[in-house]
Design a binder for this molecule. Structure first.
Ligand SMILES: Cc1cc2nc3c(=O)[nH]c(=O)nc-3n(C[C@H](O)[C@H](O)[C@H](O)COP(=O)(O)OP(=O)(O)OC[C@H]3O[C@@H](n4cnc5c(N)ncnc54)[C@H](O)[C@@H]3O)c2cc1C
Length: 515
C-alpha cells in the first residue's frame, strides 16, 4: 500500500544511483549490503514511524511521577523507542575504526531531522569523551551501545550564535564542578538524554568564547535529578526530538579535557553536527526528490504524463543538479574530516581545510535542500501542500537545516576566520588545482572577499561552495557526472540558463540508468 509515500517499502539506497556514484568516489569500499539493509529499513519502517511521530505522537514532557517527584522525562511513542534502538548502530562506525563516511551515508538515508538529531547528539557526547575524557569510557560505551542517550547544550536565551555570551557559571567542588545560572534555552534531547555536554564559564575565567569550558552533565546523581526541564518547545518540524529549556542550578558536572580548551572542543563537536546537517539536508531533499520522480511518472495533465512535459523535465534537471551538487560537496567535506578528525589542538592545515569545507557544505546544502523540497511540493500540485503525504513534511524538515548548527551568516563569518587566521584557503586552492575552472573562480571570489570583507562573506560562502562543488562533481567518473558538472557550472557558478541540449532523460532522470 502506498497511501502516504510512493517510496514506502522500497530500498532507499537502491533507488539512489547518484548517491552510490558519489560514495564510490569519496568513500570507496563502503559495505553495499549494509547500506541496502539500511535503505530497506528506511523504506519499510522509518518513513512510517517518522510520519506517525510527527503527526500523532511527538514526545511529551512528564514532569512528575505518581508520588509527586520531579522526573522531567520525555515520553516517546513505543514505535519511536523501538526504532531508535534499531538505528543506534549507525553511530558506531568511526569509533570501531570504520571511518565517518559510513555513518554519514546512514544519516543521509535516514533523512529525518528529529531521529537523526537524537542519534547525532548522542554520539557527539561519545565523540567528546572519546577524544578528550577517556576516563569516562564506560559512559561512552553506554551511549554507543545503549541504553543511554546524549545531548549537546550550548545555546542560552541571550545567544546561540554568540556563544561567548554564555552566562552559566562553573564552581569547583573537589574533582567536579557545580553549574549555576544556566538557562540552556534550546536543549535538544531534554528529558531523553542521560548525559549532556554543556558549555559553562569556570569562575575566574575570561569573558567571551575563550573563557568557556566543556563539561559532562549527567541527568541523575545518586538517583536524584541533576537539572530541571522547564518545558518542551512547539516546533515546525524535527518533532521526534524533544527540544526543551533546561535549568542548571547547582548541577554536578565533570570537566572534559583542559577547561581552557573548551571552546576548541565545542567547535570540533560543531563540525561533526554541521556535517550531519549537510548529509541530512541532502537526504531529506532526496526523499522529496524520489517522491517527485514517482509522481511525475503517474500523474497525467493535458493528455500526457507529467514526465513528458518540457517544463517538468527542466524542473527535474534543476532538482538533480542541486541534489548531486550538494551531495558531492557534503561527502567531499566528510572525506576531509575523516582524514583529520583525530587531531587535537593546535590543528594542522588538513584540519583547517576540513573545517572550511564543513562551513561551505553546511551553508550550501541547506539552501539546496530548501529549494528541492519546495519544488517537489510544487510538482505534487495541491497534494504537495497536504500534511497527509510526505513532501510537505520534508519541506518543513528542510527548513531547519539553514538555522541550527549556525545560520549562513555564522558559517560565512567562521569561513572568513578560517581563511584570515588559519589560511585555510591555501590547501583549498591547492586541491582545486585539478579543476582549472573551479580554481580560477575561487581566486576571483577570494580576491573580492579580501577587498570587501564581511559585507561579501555570505555570497562568498555560496560562490566558493559552488566552485568546490564543480571540482567534486568532476571527480565522479560515473556517467553522466561529467556532463552534470558542466551543467552545474553553467547554472550555479555562472548563473546562466540550462541549454536545450540538456533536455535528455539521462540528465534529468537519475532513474534512466536503472531501467
Ligand atoms: C529545533 C532546534 C533545536 C535546537 N537544539 C539545540 C541544542 O540541542 N543545543 C544547542 O546548543 N542549541 C540548539 N538550538 C539552537 C540553535 O543552534 C540556534 O538557534 C542557532 O545556532 C542560532 O542561534 P540564535 O537562535 O541565538 O540566533 P541568533 O544568534 O540570534 O541569530 C539570529 C540571526 O542573526 C544572525 N547573526 C548573528 N550574529 C551575527 C553576526 N555577527 N553577523 C551577522 N549575522 C549574525 C544569524 O545568522 C541569524 O540569521 C536549536 C535550535 C532549534 C531551532
Amino acid at each position: 500500500m502506498r497511501a502516504r509515500f510512493y517510496s514506502q517499502g522500497e530500498d532507499h539506497y537502491k533507488l539512489d544511483p547518484d548517491l552510490k556514484a558519489i560514495l564510490d568516489t569519496f568513500a570507496p569500499g563502503l559495505p553495499q549490503e549494509e547500506l541496502s539493509a539500511f535503505g530497506k529499513l528506511v523504506g519499510e519502517e522509518v518513513l512510517e514511524v517518522a510520519h506517525h511521530v510527527d503527526q500523532d505522537a511527538p514526545p511529551r514532557l512528564q514532569m512528575h511521577d505518581l508520588d509527586g517527584n520531579r522526573i522531567d522525562r520525555a515520553l516517546l511513542s513505543p514505535a519511536q523507542k523501538t526504532l531508535l534502538e534499531k538505528l543506534r548502530p549507525m553511530i558506531r562506525p568511526a569509533y570501531e575504526g570504520r571511518g565517518w563516511p559510513l555513518h554519514y551515508a546512514f544519516g543521509y538515508l535516514l533523512a529525518d531531522g528529529g531521529l537523526y538529531c537524537i542519534l547525532t547528539i548522542t554520539h557527539q557526547v561519545a565523540y567528546a569523551l572519546h577524544k578528550y575524557a577517556p576516563e569516562h569510557e564506560a559512559v561512552k560505551r553506554e551511549l554507543l551501545y545503549g541504553p543511554a542517550f546524549g545531548a549537546t547544550w550550548m545555546t542560552e536565551i541571550q545567544g546561540g550564535s554568540d556563544l561567548g555570551a554564555n552566562r552559566t557559571v562553573a564552581r569547583r567542588e573537589g574533582n567536579a564542578y557545580r553549574l549555576y545560572q544556566g538557562d540552556k534555552y534550546f536543549a535538544s534531547g531534554a528529558g531523553l538524554a542521560d548525559y549532556a555536554i554543556v558549555t559553562a564559564r569556570p569562575e575566574g575565567a575570561p569573558a567571551g568564547p575563550k573563557g568557556l569550558g566543556l563539561f559532562l552533565l549527567p541527568r541523575e546523581v545518586e538517583g536524584r535529578l541533576n537539572f530541571t526541564v522547564r518545558r518542551f518547545k512547539e516546533k515546525l518540524a524535527t518533532r521526534a526530538v524533544p527540544s526543551g529549556e533546561v535549568e542548571l542550578e547547582g548541577s554536578l558536572a565533570y570537566p572534559i579535557g583542559k577547561l581552557e580548551e573548551g571552546i576548541y572542543y565545542t567547535l570540533e563537536n560543531l563540525t561533526v553536527s554541521r556535517l550531519a546537517n549537510a548529509a541530512a539536508a541532502m537526504g531529506i531533499a532526496k526523499k522529496a526528490h524520489l517522491e517527485a520522480l514517482f509522481r511525475v511518472r503517474r500523474r497525467t495533465a493535458f493528455g500526457k504524463i507529467l514526465l513528458q512535459h518540457d517544463l517538468i523535465q527542466h524542473d527535474l534537471l534543476e532538482m538533480r543538479l542541486r541534489q548531486v551538487g550538494g551531495t558531492a560537496l557534503g561527502f567531499l567535506a566528510i572525506q576531509a574530516f575523516d582524514q583529520a578528525w583525530e587531531e587535537r589542538p593546535p590543528y594542522s592545515e588538513g584540519y583547517h581545510l576540513a573545517r572550511l569545507l564543513s562551513h561551505l557544505a553546511k551553508g550550501r546544502t541547506a539552501e539546496h535542500a530548501s529549494a528541492i523540497t519546495a519544488l517537489a511540493m510544487e510538482l505534487f500540485g495541491g497534494l504537495g501542500f497536504l500534511e497527509e503525504y510526505g513532501v510537505a513534511r520534508w519541506h518543513r524538515e528542510a527548513l531547519i537545516t539553514p538555522i541550527w548548527e549556525g545560520p549562513a551568516n555564522i558559517q560565512a563569518l567562521d569561513m572568513l576566520e578560517a581563511i584570515l587566521k588559519k589560511r585555510a584557503h591555501e590547501p583549498f586552492l591547492a586541491i582545486l588545482g585539478e579543476s582549472p575552472r573551479a580554481q580560477a573562480e575561487a581566486h576571483k571570489i577570494l580576491r573580492k572577499l579580501q577587498e570587501e570583507g564581511p559585507w561579501y562573506a555570505k555570497e562568498a560562502l555560496r560562490a566558493l561552495a559552488d566552485a568546490v562543488t564543480v571540482y567534486a562533481l568532476e571527480k565522479v567518473a560515473a556517467e553522466p557526472f561529467p556532463e552534470l558538472a558542466e551543467l552545474y557550472t553553467r547554472r550555479f557558478l555562472k548563473g546562466e540558463t540550462l541549454p536545450p541540449s540538456a533536455q535528455r532523460p539521462e540528465l534529468y532522470d537519475p532513474w534512466s540508468s536503472l531501467s
